[in-house]
Design a protein around this ligand. Structure first.
Ligand code: PAF
Length: 281
């Protein structure tokens, strides 16, 4: 496995591989890798001849109240995980290699980014789409892999790729959970032992949503029951629990066949998100 922090060198390596006929897959990450990230690299390994993982803690997607310095940095461990999962190349730029100090351009998806996470974290998705656009331009992939855990993010990236005619196939991989149901996230390491225990209510509320959907309960009632369950847990501050259309994120119609339950909640200083796709009876 090669590790390289130079955008030009990385572009040249991948272009060379593609010239030789390789299908190239990219897995963008911010490091602090866990089994969820490994599953993305493994999925890329199955589909592609040349697998690139990127590790870059992107400053432009952090809001003024979000502490980028607190974001975990575990490069040695990350590189081991990339290698074990089958990456051929890891791109590890620093901020000065990714952003010109006088940059004047960004990439923005409107509409989808105004709801839910975008509403609560103004500018967040502009940072994500801009850095992912840059990573796509540097890594020139055929396919790119994202986790379903960041449900809205993968929709926003799909929209961007479609609108800008990139021709990159976006692959969304299933959420990887701990044995007790907590969705894997780089942020889980911040949870105190008590909050770790309390966090299980999030997965319980998604399982409840699944059962209620299968029992034919209406979408607004499902969201209300999820909210009540989470709010009843001491120390868990619910931000939102909604049942929405899987592509547009508008509230799911009562006669919809499918939808997705999305939630966000704070435990101590740690904000967690999770989701579950639903099939209505
Ligand atoms: O999901 C993430 O880790 C980040 O938002 C991404 C897609 C790597 C962009 O920085």
């Amino acid at each position: 496995m090669e590790v390289n922090s130079s955008p030009n060198a990385v572009r040249a390596l991948i272009q060379q591989a593609r010239r030789e006929g390789a299908i190239a897959g990219v897995v963008p990450t911010m490091g602090a890798l866990h089994a969820g990230h490994a599953s993305l690299i493994e999925a890329a390994r199955k589909d592609c001849d040349y697998v690139v993982s990127t590790i870059f803690v992107n400053p432009t997607q952090f809001g003024p109240n979000e502490d980028i310095d607190r974001y975990p940095r575990t490069l040695d461990d990350d590189l081991q995980k990339c290698e074990a999962a089958g990456a051929d190349l890891v791109f590890t730029p620093d901020t000065s290699q990714m952003y010109l100090p006088d940059a004047e351009s960004d990439v923005r998806v409107t509409g989808l980014t105004q709801k839910l996470e975008g509403e609560r974290r103004p500018g967040h998705f502009d940072g994500v789409t801009t850095v992912v656009a840059k990573l796509f331009n540097i890594t020139v992939p055929d396919k790119a892999y994202f986790g379903q855990k960041d449900y809205q993010q993968q929709l926003v990236i799909r929209r961007m790729v479609m609108d800008l005619d990139w021709g990159i196939e976006i692959v969304t991989c299933p959420i990887i959970r701990e044995a007790d149901g907590l969705a894997m996230s780089s942020r889980n390491r911040y949870l105190s032992a008590e909050d770790r225990q309390r966090s299980l209510v999030l997965h319980r509320s998604l399982m409840l949503a699944e059962q209620l959907a299968a029992a034919g309960i209406r979408t607004a009632e499902i969201a209300a029951r999820m909210s009540r369950l989470i709010e009843a847990e001491d120390g868990v501050e619910l931000d939102y629990a909604v049942v929405v259309d899987r592509s547009t994120l508008v509230p799911a119609a009562d006669d919809a066949e499918t939808g997705v339950a999305l939630l966000a909640a704070k435990l101590g200083k740690t904000r967690l998100i999770d989701n579950q796709e639903l099939r209505f009876r």
